[in-house]
Structures are given as structure tokens and as C-alpha cells.
Design a protein around this ligand. Structure first.
Ligand code: SF4
Length: 352
């Protein structure tokens, strides 16, 4: 990039805090209050253009236009599954694409959002891992995914979005600051006003970052993609985890619970020949005793990786039986949106 083009480049207005925006107006001979109005347009009203800001004078809008841009996502294409699930492919301001999903049930709608373009981790069963990480998403790009799904929820299901899960593309804890900033905006009354108790961050299990979440006193829920409580098996299916043995993960979760008093969810897929035997179940039960938790057994969606096949129903029943016998809460998550590659582990920027 040449010097001129760098100087000409306008700043993304949504990178400014409310205070910075108020200061901008004061410096430009206007009232600080104007900053509040514009801030409301940018976040609570999700305006994508200065033209939309109808209570701001034409001159002021032009002045904003001269200084700033509003980088925002565009829905590039949208697909609806026969079960009502909606998958959005979202084009970012630099042309990259990420995906997010709206999952409706009878009583609520859940947004599954992405935190990175691609992923730097290498879970063998996950389609996103094949994309490799291209970049982190900015806070506004994460926020926009939720705002877009909220609109779709109102349009198709007549009610606002009820829950958010960070289970789309990317490892949210490897984009820590931006994810937390986005959640701040999503939960703020000046943003979408969604309660943190309705938000779940799902991590592949990075011990240091889980401790950081606890230290930062976050109020949202934590889920860990566990898939095995045996180090050798986990390292085989999630090779990065060799650097983060289960002992360290356990310690981090004990720390999390001591600080937050918030139960952990374990996401767990049962695959044929990998973790469908007795030992796998017994080790999971042991792991579940460390902190109050619940287990979500997730139906697997093939990504054409021959090694990973959904376990037979009896194996799932065995898990449920032993977990319940040990008083561990267990849910079975049926897969949604399979026909449009919107189900867990299938997000890979592929049109069905
Ligand atoms: S499962 Fe999650 S952490 Fe693992 S590669 Fe896929 S997106 Fe990344």
C-alpha cells in the first residue's frame, strides 16, 4: 500500500468508543450529545450507512462520511433447511466469508456465531479446520452476525433471538479481546440487550484462557469441546491438545468454578471405534466429578472424513445410562440443518 492510499484510508467508525465519538463531535464544533445519537444508530439500530441516520442533519452526515466508513457484513447468501435452520454466509468488508446459523426450536431461537475466519486449530473431525485461519473477526463483525440473526428470528419466527452460542468457525479464546468486546456490546442495553446468561462460549479447552475468563469475571456460560477424557485419544482427534493435557484443563475448570460458581457444559461426540467403549465412558464420568457440569452428547455430521463415523445408538444409550447412574446431567443434541451443511462441525463456506 502506498503512502497516499494509507493517508486516504478512512477509519471504521465502529472502532471508536462512545467517549471517543462524543469527543470527535466536540472537536468538530458540535455537541457531545450528537455522539450519543450516532452511537445509537451504529449499535442499537445497526445502521449500515450514514444516510440511514435520519435524525442527524445532512451536513453532519456528510462530515461523518468524509472522516469515516461503517465496515459491516453483508449476507452473501442465505439457505433455509427443511427443519427451519437458517445458514448465513456473510461477506466481510475485505471480501472474506464466514458463516453463522440460526437454530429454531419450538420455544426459542439460537444463534451460532463465528469468531475467526477459518481456525488455527486442527480438530480432525471439523470441516472448519480444513480452511486454516485467515484472520480474527473484529468485535463489530461478531456483533453484526448476531444482529443479522436477530432480524431473521423476528422475520421468520416472530420473536427476538433468545440464545447465542460461540460454536461457529474458529476458537473464540484465540480471539479473546474481540470476542469479549463483542459480548459487551451484545449484552449492553445500548447494543442488543441480551442477557449474558443466554450466551455460551464454547472452547476446545485452552487452560490459560479459561483461567483468564474466570479472572475477568465474565457472566456468560462456558462449554468445553471435550470429546474424550483420555489424553491419548483426545490428542489423536484434537492434535493441538497434546500441548494442553487434561490435567491442566481440569485445573483450569476447577479454577473457573471456584471463581464463577458457574456449571460447565461438556460437548461430546461419540464416534464408532474411537470413544464408544467402556473405558471412554468411565474416564468421562471421572472427569465430570471435578466440577459441577452437564454433558451434551452431540449427534455427529459426517464431513467425509472416513475415520469419523457416528457411533451406533447402543453406544449413546450406554453413555446416557452410566452418566445418569452417576447423577450427571446429560442431554442428547440432535443435529439440525444437516441438509445445508449448517450442523456442528460442518461450517466450511460450502454451498449445498
Ligand atoms: S472444532 Fe472448533 S476449535 Fe476445532 S478446528 Fe473446528 S472450529 Fe477450530
Amino acid at each position: 500500500m502506498g503512502l497516499n492510499s494509507r493517508m486516504d484510508k478512512k477509519q471504521d467508525i465502529r472502532a471508536l468508543t462512545k467517549t471517543q465519538l462524543r469527543d470527535f463531535f466536540i472537536e468538530n464544533g458540535d455537541k457531545a450529545f450528537r455522539g450519543n445519537q450516532v452511537y445509537e444508530w451504529l449499535w442499537a439500530k445497526s445502521a449500515h450507512s450514514f444516510e440511514d441516520m435520519t435524525n442527524i442533519s445532512k451536513e453532519t452526515r456528510q462530515m461523518l462520511e468524509n472522516h469515516f466508513v461503517i465496515n459491516h457484513i453483508e449476507v452473501d447468501y442465505m439457505q433455509r433447511s427443511s427443519d427451519g435452520t437458517v445458514k448465513n454466509a456473510l461477506r466481510l468488508h475485505d471480501g472474506l466469508i464466514v458463516e453463522s446459523v440460526l437454530i429454531p426450536t419450538k420455544s426459542r431461537t439460537t444463534a451460532c456465531v463465528s469468531s475467526q475466519v477459518g481456525c488455527s486449530l486442527d480438530c480432525k473431525f471439523c470441516a472448519t479446520a480444513q480452511l486454516k485461519k485467515m484472520r480474527n473477526l473484529n468485535p463489530d463483525e461478531i456483533y453484526d452476525q448476531v444482529a443479522a440473526i436477530n432480524k431473521e428470528s423476528l422475520l421468520y419466527y416472530n420473536h427476538k433471538l433468545s440464545n447465542i452460542v460461540f460454536m461457529g468457525m474458529g476458537e473464540p479464546l484465540m480471539n479473546y479481546n474481540n470476542v469479549l468486546k463483542a459480548i459487551d456490546k451484545i449484552t449492553s442495553p445500548e447494543g442488543l440487550g441480551i442477557s449474558p446468561k443466554r450466551i455460551t462460549l464454547s472452547t476446545s479447552g485452552l487452560p490459560k484462557m479459561i483461567k483468564k475468563l474466570a479472572d475477568d469475571g465474565v457472566k456468560f456460560n462456558l462449554a468445553v469441546s471435550l470429546h474424550s477424557a483420555i489424553d491419548e485419544v483426545r490428542s489423536r482427534i484434537m492434535p493441538f491438545s497434546t500441548a494442553f493435557p487434561l490435567n491442566e484443563l481440569k485445573e483450569a475448570l476447577i479454577y473457573w468454578y471456584a471463581k464463577t460458581n458457574s456449571r460447565v457444559s461438556y460437548e461430546y461426540v461419540v464416534w464408532k471405534g474411537i470413544n464408544d467403549g467402556k473405558e471412554a465412558i468411565n474416564e468421562l464420568v471421572k472427569f465430570c466429578k471435578y466440577v459441577p457440569c452437564k454433558v451434551n452428547l452431540i449427534e455427529y455430521n459426517s464431513i467425509d472424513a472416513d475415520e469419523f463415523q457416528q457411533a451406533n445408538p447402543q453406544a449413546i444409550e450406554n453413555y446416557i445410562g452410566v452418566l445418569e447412574m452417576n447423577n450427571i446431567i446429560v442431554n442428547v443434541r440432535r443435529s439440525r440443518g444437516k441438509d445445508i451443511d449448517a450442523a456442528c462441525g460442518q461450517l466450511a463456506n460450502k454451498k449445498s
